[in-house]
Design a protein around this ligand. Structure first.
Ligand code: NAG
Ligand code: NAG
Length: 425
């Protein structure tokens, strides 16, 4: 048994290393080719867009749904739920996704390069890119058309840090020497004595949001590059959504991209068991924010601009739209979901509905599709409930590197799968 354990550990370690090191070895730079203005392949049906506060809807103005979209998928930010929305929108309009090849991210944490896109050739037209990447504005701009809408999502950095520590902590070697059972608390008491900015995977545990945007996560808060980094995001991204106000964010998205309410329907995917309650005491929260000071500044800045957008949209109109979205989501839940709510992994009957699980914990909740869904809703229900990896496969992405872990005994899987998928909340 001992031998088995040792062997298991060795194999797992090798696989983690293989995964982490499987960055593209040959960095070739494809020839430059001017990108088109738009990759919308047919004029979409314009639909009327209410322009006022809702007091006088549909004044006859029409708009055309925007289909060229860059979604910067940040870590631990409910982005699996959002991806499901994007996948369905893409299928509805027959859009072309720029997917990664053989795995579900663009060689994160390497900076994005267009050569990482599956079947990329210069001059090709792509509508949507949405898998994990480390943002690289110049390269993305060489891939997507000029009319692309840039969208992203942020989350309260204290909550994000807790989630990231939970899921990625074990992948960061300097955490192995943190004593005690409550490593998070111990770390936050005295982060400087444990944190090693040069350490392998250390970015998971400091200003992960800022890092995801391609910035330097170890800067001092008063470094001018922090302001500069925030400015780059402001200039590039048309909409910065917030996890804490997910429905409001979607309504702003609908307004910005001229979508319809039915495009926004969602079920919360990839949620962690008991995730609705914060695990941080006020003191730990304060420490986590101090430790992730750049992300905190980033979050506060975009929280401010978010509410300015809501004001411009109209608070009453927003409340009305959020209520409608909630009502329609609840209606879909009663149509599609057995029992009407998420269940633990052990209670999910269909393997196609099993979400990816970290560390043999089975902490990620999933759903059972109702047995007798009427024909009109069957397809939509299935898609709304489909976990991210299954959906990616259905859209034609080959995930063999990612899948390598899926076929292994879950108790042995340990750290590797956390690296690849992890949970979102
Ligand atoms: C929206 O409605 C509010 C009152 O509900 C009003 O004060 C405001 O001027 C309206 N804004 C627009 C753009 O119509
Ligand atoms: C975000 O902005 C709202 C509205 O101004 C405010 O009530 C809330 O406290 C802010 N949240 C954070 C975390 O700063």
């Amino acid at each position: 048994m001992c031998k088995g354990l040792v062997l298991g550990t060795v194999v797992t370690t090798c696989m983690i290393l293989f995964y982490c090191l499987s960055t593209p070895q040959i960095h070739f730079s494809p020839p430059e080719f001017p990108v088109p203005y738009s990759c919308a392949h047919r004029p979409a049906q314009p639909h009327s867009k209410p322009t006022s506060n809702g007091s006088q809807q549909s004044t006859g103005q029409t708009c055309t749904p925007k289909v060229d979209i860059m979604f910067m998928k940040t870590h631990k930010t409910a982005s699996s739920t959002f991806l499901n929305i994007l996948f369905r929108f893409g299928e509805k309009h027959r859009l072309k996704f720029a997917f990664p090849d053989s795995r579900n991210d663009f060689f994160y944490p390497s900076l994005f390069e267009r050569s990482q896109v599956k079947d990329y050739r210069p001059g090709m037209c792509f509508n949507i890119i949405c898998n994990h990447m480390r943002f690289n504005a110049a390269e993305v701009a060489k891939l997507l058309p000029t009319d692309t809408s840039y969208i992203t999502i942020l989350r309260d950095p204290a909550e994000l840090f807790e989630s990231s520590f939970h899921y990625f902590g074990r992948l960061v070697p300097f955490t192995w020497k943190i004593p005690g059972d409550d490593k998070l608390t111990e770390f936050l008491q005295n982060p400087h004595s444990y944190f090693d900015p040069e350490g392998f995977n250390s970015f998971y545990l400091k200003n992960l949001l800022f890092f995801d945007f391609g910035q330097d996560n170890t800067l001092e808060l008063d470094d001018p590059w922090v302001e500069e980094g925030i400015k780059l995001i402001t200039d590039r991204f048309q909409l910065v959504m917030l996890v804490e106000y997910f429905e409001e964010s979607l309504v702003l998205l609908k307004d910005a991209l001229c979508w319809e309410m039915e495009d926004l329907l969602f079920f919360k995917l990839n949620a962690r068991k008991g995730s609705t309650v914060s695990k941080l005491t006020p003191e730990l929260r304060a420490r986590a924010l101090e430790w992730n000071a750049i992300d905190w500044k980033l979050y506060q800045y975009f929280n401010h601009t978010f509410w300015k957008k809501v004001d411009a949209y109209g608070r009453q109109r927003m409340a009305k739209d959020v209520a409608e979205l909630r009502r329609r989501n609840a209606e879909m839940a009663s149509i599609c979901i057995e029992g009407g709510h998420a269940v633990e992994a052990g209670s999910i009957q269909e393997t196609a509905m099993q979400p990816w699980q970290p560390i043999g914990e089975k902490s990620i909740m999933g759903y059972n599709l109702k047995k007798n869904v009427d024909k009109a809703h069957r397809k939509l229900c299935r898609k709304m409930l489909m976990p991210e990896l299954q959906y990616l496969t259905e859209l034609g992405v080959n995930l063999w590197i990612t899948r390598l872990w899926g076929h292994r005994d879950i108790t042995r899987t340990s750290r590797a799968d956390v690296l690849i998928q992890g949970a979102e909340i």
